[in-house]
Structures are given as structure tokens and as C-alpha cells.
Design a protein around this ligand. Structure first.
Ligand code: ADP
Ligand code: MG
Length: 685
């Protein structure tokens, strides 16, 4: 079996299961072995009930006392069971699992594992997982992987399939030259892959993580370095010498640029009129005002008779940019003739947009990178701006350069990383930093609270809405039942509707919705006809609704701080005071301390590094800063030093053997060709 083998070849996987795997983008055995666990669980020794702390997940070994009590309320069945051990008693509750009543024998001993909660003086567990004593002893022996799942596919089925795939997968011969393995302490790929799925212990897991993250960084940086050579020597094929429209536009704009914005705009202007093709990254924290810089560059582009493109990672964001530019065009009489290009466009409109770009009738394409890159041919494309770059890869950038000559490229990112890291990760780009926020902003008020604060938070939202404002509520994921206690968007919106006054319109938004529906909801939220938006992190990237003043995040402990900071950046974008409410279901000291960082800082760079310092490097059980640079396994914060090492290895390798022609590098070269051909891990590259 290899990377291309279909899943159906595995025992126990029929067409139905295959379809479920497809929902997770797993089509082949290769995809499956690279579906790394999302988290791990250690099954510790069962605790005495007295030791079980509310707010923590643990196991207890207890005896069922009395007769389980089964009630039905409005179609919901509730089963209450009292258990006890030598130290005390606990109440267990199961919802819609009436059959547990016959499984649990009065007087029998079992192991229950779940989140301990306090109800008054009593301790309770809801929906604890049940184990026999021997089953539990088995699990205690090794660390359990937890996978990203989809409805109908359990963690157990996934574990079994991965085990089978790993034993049948044909591994390549070691491809790194000896000095790389030795200098950076890398274990063989096979061992790393087995350890990442089924680690014997924490050190084994760390070693596996190290090898796989190194691989990912190394491959990414190698492509980046090879591109750099190509890009930095390109001449300026589209010189833009006249920027008088931009000057006039700035004079009539209702605000004036910050010093940092002005500096960055000047750098771009120099690039556009200079001798070389521009390849520049603007890095600026959320709300620092990157969009206006893009508008100035695009305006200069069309003024000089060329076409520009503005690409965003999501349809919602693309549509928002389109509206902004249309508004500016009308208000200030700008020479833009923009078209919107997104997947949900009807066939006829789309053909029309293509035609207008091809014959030059339109001079600006705004859309998602997928649509613009794949389908459009331009009349005279001279500038490409990509917003929120971390969702765009190096290879995509390369492909873009193939579109009609060599346009200038401007990349905008809010990923908070220190300069040293930025230089590695964006090695092929020149760097401009906007390190100043517009002066009119009120600092956002933050609070970190536990779940008991929820009713108060709802009241607060209701009051803000009554005052004409809007609110976001973020839940971690869409699928049901993936994690106990994790709020689910659709259900949550339902509950919230009941809790808020009827006059408030609540809608939900998540990544699995059809793009048309997402756009519609976002538009209604932007126009104010929806007041409360319950969402997954799809709103994380770039959305600008200045009237929204509340950001409430459920299960905040599940997010990386950098990501929470991005979410917070969705509010505080207008003249009204804004608020963030981070709700944490887990109240241990470490979690609260981590979240408290957000209270004390508004600086994305600082937040990410503090988070890293608190968690310590290589914290594999910690929260990934997902959303940033979609590496599958490497985390640019937690693995920052490994990233530096991979960069060093790439430098040395290319210095010694730029085209990888030496016999010692033959296997590496073959490996790189192979992964390029099967598309391995190129989601991140
Ligand atoms: P981001 O950098 O997160 O992409 P945006 O470009 O969306 O931020 O800007 C956020 C808001 O700030 C927008 O409403 C924008 O019009 C406004 N803005 C941008 N620059 C300034 C400025 N210099 N002064 C006041 N408001 C500004
Ligand atoms: Mg933005």
C-alpha cells in the first residue's frame, strides 16, 4: 500500500465508511497516515471521588448504589445514577441513553471517566464514559490519540484504520543525508509516524513530532528558497510612475493615515515605480488598517493603465472587500471598474466577469484565490494583492506569477510573529511592518470568566443590542459529539435564541455551510439586520463590521491565544466601546493564567510569545495555534527553534548543492519529486 492506495482496500472499510472518511478529506491510505491526531489523552490512575476536582477530567472507580432513576421530559430522557467509593459519593447523569439503566448493575463496580462538575456541594459527571476494570487498565498503558472526526465516524474506527494502514504502508528509504539526521537529532520517518499516532510515552511522541515537523518546515523552506532566487531578480515589467490618484484620494479621505501606514505606502510606491518586480509582505496586527494600503496600490495600478487583482481566503471576505471598493469608487469617483469573482457566482455572471477581465473592460478582479487563480486570464495583470496571506501557499504564489508575465505581488498578513520568524517564513518577500493602530480606537475591555457567568453575558449582549450594537459568539466546532461539553454552533444558536428577547435576530455561521448561505448571513450581519452571529472561527479572518462591539468566545481554553487575539480583532473597529468575554469551561490555574495574558496585552506579537513561554516549547498536549500557517503538525510558535534549524539546514544544503545533484542528495531529490507528484502535505506549502 502506498500514498495512492484507496481506503476501500483496508479491511472493514466499505463504501459507506469511505464516504465518511471523504468528508475529512481522507481518500487514500497516504491521507490516512497523515491524518495526525488532533490531541492526545492520557488515562491516569482512577482517583478517589474526594480527590476528583471540579473542572477537571478524570476517572473514578465506584460502585452503583440504589436504583438508577429514569425520567422523561419533553422527549429527553434523563438517567440519574448515584455511585460511591470509600471516600464519598457522586451523581452521574446520562441524557438520551436509557439503556445505561440495564447495563449498570446495582452493587457493581465500574470506572467512569468524564468532566467533574460541582452542583452546590455535590459532585456530578454528565455523560461519563464507562469502562470495565480490565478495559481501563489496558488504556492506562499507552497514550490515546484523538482524531478530528465527523458525524458517524468514531475515534475507535479511525484508530483501527490508521493501525492497519501503518502496518501495510510502504515506507521510502531514508531520504535525508546523514548530516541532517545527525545534526538535528531526527528519528526515522517510519518510527516518527508510528509514534505520532500511537506513542508509547511522551518522549516518544516528542521525537515523532520533531521529525514530522522538521520535514514539513524543511520542505516548505526549500521551495521558498528556490523561489526567492527566481523572484528577486525579476525586472519591473509594469512600472507605475504616476500615483497622483492615490495622493488625491488620501486628501479627501475622512481619516489620515497613521505614521506606520504612510511609511509602508511609501515603500510600496517605491517598489511599483522601481527597477524590480515587487514581492512584499505587509505585516500588521488586526485593525492596523491594511486594506486601505491595498486600495492605494491597486488605485495606482489602474491609474497607470493596468489590471489588478485582490484575493481573499474566503468568499465572505472577498465580498466585503468588493463592497468597500465599490463604495470608495462611488464616493470619490475613483477609476476602478471592479468585478467580483467567487465560487457561488452563477455561470452567466461568471462568464461575463471572465470576458470583461480578458478584454480589459474591467480593471480589477476581487475574489477568492481559488477562482481567480484557476480560471481567469487577464488582459494586463500587473499587481496581485493577497489578503490574510497565511491561507495562501508558496506554490500558489508561484503559480500566480505564471499568469501573464510577472505581476507585482503584495501580501498582507495579521499573523503575529516576531521579525526573526517572519524573515524565515517569508524569506522570499521584502517585509513592511505596520506597528501602530489608528489613534481613534478605544482599548477593548476584556474579561475571562467561567461558565456560571453565561447568563450575565447574555444579558450584557441583550443590552448592547438594545443600544444598537451587534455581537459575535464563537464556538469551537460544528460536528456533534466530538468533545464532551464543547458547544456546537447550530444547537447553541437555538439555545441563545431562547435566552435572548424575541426581538433579537440570532443566526449561525460555520465552515460547512454553502458559500451562498455564508455570504447571505454575513451580508445581513454587516447590514445590521442580524444582531447576534453564532459562529465557528470562520469569522476569524479579516471581517470588518465596525458596529459589532461584543465578542464572546465559548470554550476559550480550546483556542490558541494568537487565535483568540485574532477573534478579538473583529471588535473595536469603530468608535464604540467594545468588549470581549472569554468563557472557559476548565478553571484550573494554568488555563486561567494563560487566558489572563489576553487581559493584559493587546499586542499580537507579545501575546503569541507569552503563550509560548507559559506553555513551554514542545507542549504537545497544548492548544495548537491553528489557523496560522496551516502546517499540519509544525507550530510556528511552539516549534520556533525547530523552524530555525530547518532553515539552517536548507541554507547549508543549497549552498553545497544548489540543484541537489550530488549522489548523497539523490534520495532527497527523489523524495521531493514524489511528494510534489502526490500532493503530500502541500496544503501547507
Ligand atoms: P486590518 O489591518 O485588520 O485589515 P482594516 O484595513 O480592515 O484592518 O481596517 C480596520 C478599520 O479601520 C476600517 O474600518 C478602516 O477603514 C479603518 N482605518 C484604517 N486606517 C485608519 C486610520 N488611519 N485612521 C482611522 N481609521 C482607519
Ligand atoms: Mg484585513
Amino acid at each position: 500500500m502506498d500514498d495512492r492506495t484507496s481506503l476501500i482496500e483496508l479491511r472493514g472499510i466499505g463504501e459507506k465508511t469511505q464516504k465518511l472518511f471523504q468528508k475529512l478529506d481522507i481518500d487514500t491510505v497516504g491521507d490516512l497516515v497523515r491524518h495526525y491526531p488532533r490531541a492526545y489523552e492520557e488515562y491516569g490512575e482512577p482517583l478517589l471521588i474526594q480527590q476528583a476536582k471540579p473542572g477537571t477530567v478524570c476517572a473514578i472507580r465506584a460502585c452503583v448504589t440504589g436504583i438508577p432513576n429514569l425520567r422523561r421530559i419533553k422527549g429527553l430522557s434523563i438517567l440519574n445514577i448515584s455511585v460511591r467509593d470509600a471516600s464519598g459519593g457522586m451523581l452521574l447523569t446520562y441524557y438520551n441513553m436509557p439503556y445505561m439503566k440495564s447495563i449498570l448493575k446495582s452493587g457493581g463496580f465500574y470506572i467512569f471517566r468524564g468532566l467533574v462538575q460541582a452542583k452546590g456541594k455535590a459532585k456530578v459527571m454528565e455523560q461519563p464514559r464507562l469502562f470495565s476494570l480490565t478495559d481501563y487498565a489496558d488504556r492506562m498503558r499507552c497514550i490515546q490519540p484523538k482524531y478530528a472526526l465527523t458525524k458517524g465516524l468514531t475515534n475507535q474506527v479511525l484508530q483501527k484504520a490508521v493501525r492497519q494502514a501503518l502496518s501495510a504502508y510502504e515506507f521510502e528509504e531514508e531520504y535525508y543525508p546523514k548530516w541532517i539526521l545527525g545534526n538535528y537529532g531526527l528519528i526515522p520517518y517510519r518510527e516518527a509516524l508510528c509514534s505520532i499516532h500511537f506513542p508509547q510515552d511522551v518522549p516518544a511522541l516528542q521525537k515523532g513530532h520533531r521529525r514530522l515537523a522538521f520535514d514539513e518546515f524543511f520542505q516548505f523552506l526549500l521551495v521558498l528558497r528556490q523561489n526567492k532566487g527566481k523572484l528577486s531578480s525579476l525586472p519591473n515589467a509594469y512600472p507605475m510612475r504616476d500615483a497622483s490618484w492615490a495622493d488625491r484620494f488620501l486628501e479627501s479621505l475622512s481619516f489620515s493615515l497613521t505614521g506606520a501606514q504612510r511609511r509602508v505606502w511609501e515603500e510600496i510606491r517605491q517598489d511599483l515605480s522601481g527597477p524590480r518586480c515587487m514581492n512584499r509582505l505587509i505585516q500588521g496586527d488586526v485593525g492596523s488598517g491594511k486594506t486601505i494600503i491595498a486600495v492605494l496600490a491597486l488605485l495606482t495600478c489602474v491609474q497607470n493603465g493596468f489590471q489588478g487583482a485582490l484575493m481573499a481566503p474566503t468568499e465572505v471576505l472577498a465580498a466585503q472587500h468588493f463592497e468597500t471598493i465599490v463604495r470608495y469608487t462611488k464616493q470619490y469617483g475613483l477609476p476602478f471598474r471592479p468585478v467580483l469573482l467567487v465560487g457561488s457566482l452563477g455561470a452567466k455572471e461568471r462568464r461575463e466577469a471572465y470576458r470583461r477581465l480578458e478584454d480589459g473592460d474591467a480593471n480589477l478582479a476581487i475574489g477568492t484565490h481559488a477562482v481567480i487563480q484557476e480560471k481567469v486570464s487577464f488582459h494586463s495583470l500587473a499587481l496581485v494583492v493577497t489578503d490574510e496571506q497565511h491561507r495562501f501557499g508558496v506554490r500558489q504564489r508561484e503559480r500566480l506569477a505564471d499568469k501573464g508575465g510577472t505581476p507585482h505581488v503584495l501580501v498582507m498578513s495579521a499573523t503575529p510573529i516576531p521579525r526573526t520568524l517572519a524573515i524565515i517564513l517569508y524569506g522570499d518577500l521584502n517585509l513592511s511592518v505596520i506597528d501602530e493602530l489608528p489613534a481613534d480606537r478605544h482599548p477593548i475591555k476584556n474579561c475571562v470568566v467561567d461558565a456560571s457567568y453565561r447568563p450575565k453575558a447574555y444579558e450584557f449582549i441583550a443590552r448592547q443590542v438594545a443600544a444598537g450594537r451587534q455581537a459575535y459568539v464563537i464556538c469551537p466546532m460544528v460536528e456533534e459529539g466530538e468533545m464532551d461539553g464543547v458547544e456546537n454552533v447550530a444547537e447553541y444558536a437555538e439555545k441563545l435564541r431562547l435566552a435572548l428577547p424575541d426581538s433579537i435576530r440570532v443566526a449561525s455561521l460555520h465552515g460547512r455551510m454553502r458559500p451562498q448561505d455564508k455570504n447571505r448571513i454575513m451580508e445581513e450581519f454587516a447590514s445590521g439586520s442580524i444582531q447576534v452571529l453564532v459562529s465557528t472561527t470562520v469569522v476569524e479572518v479579516g471581517i470588518n463590521v465596525p458596529n459589532a462591539t461584543v465578542m464572546m468566545v465559548e470554550n476559550a481554553e480550546r483556542f490558541g491565544l494568537a487565535q483568540l487575539h485574532q477573534l478579538r480583532g473583529r471588535v473595536g473597529r469603530g468608535a464604540h466601546q467594545s468588549y470581549c468575554i472569554f468563557l472557559s469551561a476548565i478553571q484550573n490555574k494554568e488555563t486561567m493564567e494563560r487566558l489572563e495574558i489576553l487581559n493584559h496585552s493587546n499586542d499580537g506579537f507579545q501575546i503569541a510569545s507569552e503563550d509560548l513561554r507559559l506553555r513551554g516549547p514542545g507542549d504537545l498536549f497544548g492548544v495548537r495555534q491553528s489557523g496560522e500557517f496551516s502546517f499540519r503538525i509544525g507550530d510556528i510558535y511552539a516549534d520556533a527553534s525547530l523552524l530555525g534549524q530547518a532553515s539552517e539546514a536548507v541554507e547549508r544544503l543549497l549552498e553545497e548543492d544548489p540543484a541537489l545533484e550530488a549522489p548523497a542528495n539523490a534520495l532527497l531529490r527523489r523524495h521531493l519529486e514524489r511528494i510534489a507528484s502526490v500532493g503530500v502535505d502541500f496544503r501547507s506549502i
